[in-house]
Design a binder for this molecule. Structure first.
Ligand SMILES: O=C(CO)[C@H](O)[C@H](O)COP(=O)(O)O
Ligand SMILES: [Fe+2]
Length: 234
């Protein structure tokens, strides 16, 4: 019998999709096997790019009432958008700790009080020690595998030790990777211990989205299963 363990979840990023067709693109991803949608919110300050905010998320939520929505808040002032995003129907509010390093704990509480799950995100240059004391106050840790701001960048394999450290010390924690993740890089993520997989370009640009999602899932599930099989004792 398998011990209890984390679940593999695939969350496509719609960042590089045809945003004029946001509803159709989102629905297609869910129909093709996505477990959740990863919605990249950028403010032009924390990152040098702009996407969309809570009004767009709210419209999408009206048309897709049941899917799990994670907003990846690449914003300078994450506190400002907690209530508007909760009101828009967001399921998980994942914010970067870098601009709010002294206020992470109260922000975690506010996100929970607003009825959302808490995700804490780390840029590539942020060490794991910056988040250690907050892990028990979060539902998920996001290890960025590119500099936040743009889709289609190269995966940073040197972020994997952070994932390994988290998995080793927190066997049941949800650990997400985001940036440059696809069929060529998923094995590194899975073996390091990531179980929540964000992939943008690799899924959006695929001829067969369903096959790519299934393949990403299979690789992660294989790793989870391997770690779960108890060694035979003699
Ligand atoms: O947060 C992000 C960028 O800041 C995106 O989620 C990420 O880049 C996904 O796109 P891709 O898989 O193409 O890298
Ligand atoms: Fe993201």
């Amino acid at each position: 019998m398998e011990r209890s363990s984390v679940k593999c979840k695939i969350g496509p990023s719609i960042l590089n999709s045809d945003l004029s067709q946001l509803l159709a693109e989102s629905q297609r991803l869910l129909d093709n096997g996505a477990d959740y949608l990863h919605l990249d919110v950028m403010d032009g300050h924390f990152v040098p790019n702009l996407t969309f905010g809570h009004p767009v998320v709210k419209c999408l939520r009206k048309k897709i009432p049941h899917a799990f929505f994670e907003t990846h808040m690449m914003v300078q002032d994450p506190q400002k958008w907690i209530e508007p995003m909760a009101d828009a129907g967001v399921s998980q509010y994942t914010f970067h700790i870098e601009p709010v390093i002294k206020d992470v704990l109260p922000l975690c509480r506010k996100v929970r009080e607003a009825g959302m799950k808490v995700g804490l995100a780390l840029k590539p240059g942020t060490g794991i020690e910056a988040v250690r004391q907050y892990i028990n106050h979060a539902d998920m840790i996001l290890i960025m595998t590119v500099e936040p701001g743009f889709g289609g960048q190269k995966f940073m394999a040197d972020m994997m030790p952070k994932v390994q450290w988290l998995r080793h010390n927190y066997p049941l924690l949800d650990i997400e990777v985001d940036g440059g993740v696809g069929l060529n890089t998923i094995t590194a993520c899975a073996e390091a211990g990531a179980n929540m997989i964000v992939a943008g370009t690799a899924i959006i640009g695929a001829c067969d989205q369903k096959a790519v999602i299934a393949s990403l899932r299979e690789t992660v599930e294989r790793s989870i299963h391997k770690c779960n099989v108890k060694p035979v004792s003699h």
